[in-house]
Write a protein that binds this ligand. Structure first.
Ligand code: NAP
Length: 497
């Protein structure tokens, strides 16, 4: 595809996952071809490029887990394996010729706002300069390594699911898994039949519901029918998104509690099928459903009932060369230790060092907790926009939809910078404070503050997600209210009214 060049001004996008790809496509389509995307991996796809642990599956119906402008019927199941999501990303990239704009294997280490430009440095010492920078770094990026004494002493193979070693042979091995979130519930059923034994170290039980609508195969004739009728494909995806939205809203704001009650019943029905009462009791959560992100799996409980599967709920005391020592003094010997301990969701763009106006360091600005204006902009960081920043909706809804809304929201601002109309634009400190004060005030009433520990909570224990309906966030992303931004022109600055 050839794109017209509308401005000499340059945009740097950091990250070529779903969000970064959407940014690049939207900029190119709008005629701005002076775009460079920096991507630390060797290919597009972000978390779908780095993750490849056994059993990895998309837990959102795949047709709705696509760009709204590039729906695809090319999935073999409703919830397909990761290879199909990865292939989708690569196909979209090829279709839009994104690879011509992406610098692969380049991780941005620093971004400094100097003389109204963003100065970028990569970890390999290269530099670049742009008028606008978009941080599309995603949240499933910085691996969470648990702080357990003795971790480095383990003599066997130690692997984090987010950095899976495909040469690792689990056949006949004694395997330990720490963590029982979405990743674990996909991993365990995929490996249970090949390992000699599997001990799952569970700190907190999760609510595990059956897949919405099951996980039926999609036949070639069904796929062909969708290829032949793009409108039907779009309608199908929209229907799926509507039903997820209804469920997410139901968990969060349904005052009747009916959605949560229904989901809980489905979880309880599945728990009821576990034959061993002790195992059933240990797998039954003791906190309100929805407090942590719901997990979908049909196969996790059957896997945990196999003879070679063992659930360990004694706390982990330390890791030793031969295995894990639990609080009851028992040493659980193993050959392989798998960390399914997730991500540091609140790191956002870090460890990148980002300095805004007058050299202010983002790490210092966020020292007391991460915040932003509507998840996309930060005061004192002009001409910088984020996707999936603090308080973006991050529950069971499709993050691709949210990313597209956010891009639609800040794109007109970027266009005014690129056209030379604005010298700079940044979130107003006052508007950001008002916005965040409102968010914080509404959090104690949300399900996330119901007393469980989850990655929704920041270091102060405040949920850092969108505390209202999906529609209310979508609405707030329709148009930027310029009263919430400070704009600079060559000769003047806007004032917040
Ligand atoms: P997670 O949900 O954050 O779960 C991490 C698990 O590790 C939890 O069970 C946690 O226990 C445990 N853990 C962490 N530190 C520990 C410690 N020091 N000792 C013992 N246990 C510890 O991570 P995840 O399962 O990787 O999932 C992360 C997110 O990735 C998901 O919520 C989802 O957004 C995404 N994901 C998506 C898909 C998909 O198909 N789209 C698939 C997989 C993951 P506690 O619960 O007690 O904290």
């Amino acid at each position: 595809m050839v794109f017209e060049k509308k401005s000499n001004k340059k945009v740097i996008v950091v990250g070529a996952g779903f969000s970064g790809m959407a940014c690049a496509i939207k900029l190119l389509e709008a005629g701005y071809s002076n775009v460079t995307v920096y991507e630390k991996n060797a290919n597009v796809g972000g978390t779908w490029e780095t993750n490849k642990y056994p059993g990895l599956t998309c837990d959102v119906p795949a047709m709705s887990y696509t760009f709204s402008f590039e729906r695809s019927p090319e999935f073999s199941r409703q919830y397909p394996a990761w290879q199909e999501i990865r292939a989708y990303c690569r196909n979209v990239s090829a279709k839009y010729d994104l690879n011509s704009y992406i610098q692969f294997n380049k991780e941005v280490a620093e971004a400094d706002f100097l003389d109204n430009k963003w100065h970028i440095k990569t970890t390999d010492g290269e530099s670049d300069i742009a008028d606008v920078v978009i941080m599309a770094t995603g949240v499933l990026r910085n691996l969470n390594y648990p702080d357990i004494p003795g971790m480095d002493d383990f003599a066997g193979d130690l692997v984090h699911t987010g950095k899976w070693d495909e040469s690792l042979n689990l056949k006949g091995k004694r395997v330990g898994v720490i963590g029982n979130g979405a990743t674990c519930t996909q991993l365990v059923p995929a490996i249970i039949d090949e390992v000699a034994s599997l001990e799952l170290f569970q700190r907190t039980a999760h609510w595990v519901a059956p897949f919405i609508g099951g996980n039926p195969d999609v036949s070639e004739s069904q796929r062909q029918a969708l290829r032949d009728d793009p409108q039907r494909m779009q309608d199908t995806a929209n229907r799926m998104l509507k039903s997820i939205e209804k469920m997410v809203d139901g968990i969060l704001v349904d005052t009747t509690g009916q959605t949560t009650a229904n989901l809980k019943q489905q979880c309880m029905d599945r728990l009821g099928e576990i034959k061993d009462p002790d195992l059933r009791a240990k797998l039954t959560p003791d906190y309100k459903p929805g407090c942590k992100r719901f997990i979908w799996s049909e196969t996790f409980y059957p896997a945990m009932q196999k003879e070679n599967a063992h659930l360990v709920t004694e706390g982990i005391e330390s890791i030793e060369p031969k295995g894990i020592r639990t609080a009851d003094g028992k040493l659980h010997e193993m050959d392989v230790l798998i960390l399914a301990t997730g991500y540091r969701m609140h790191d956002y763009m870090r460890p990148m060092k980002i300095r805004g106006e007058a050299g202010v360091l983002l790490d210092d600005v966020w020292d007391d907790g991460e915040f932003a204006l509507r998840g996309v902009a930060i005061p004192e960081f002009p001409n910088m926009f984020m996707i999936m920043g603090p308080n973006s909706p991050l529950t069971n809804f499709s993050v691709i939809e949210v990313a597209e809304w956010q891009i639609g929201y800040f794109m007109p601002l970027i266009e005014q910078i690129l056209s030379g109309e604005f010298l700079s634009v940044q979130a107003s400190a006052e508007a950001t404070k008002i916005f965040n004060d409102k968010l914080i005030a509404s959090m104690p009433d949300t399900i996330w503050a119901a007393g469980c520990n989850s990655y929704y909570l920041d270091k102060n224990g405040n949920p850092n997600v969108w505390p209202d309906t999906v529609a209310s966030y979508r609405e707030s992303m329709k148009t930027a209210d310029m009263k919430e931004f400070v704009v600079r022109w060559e000769d003047r600055e806007s004032k917040v009214s």
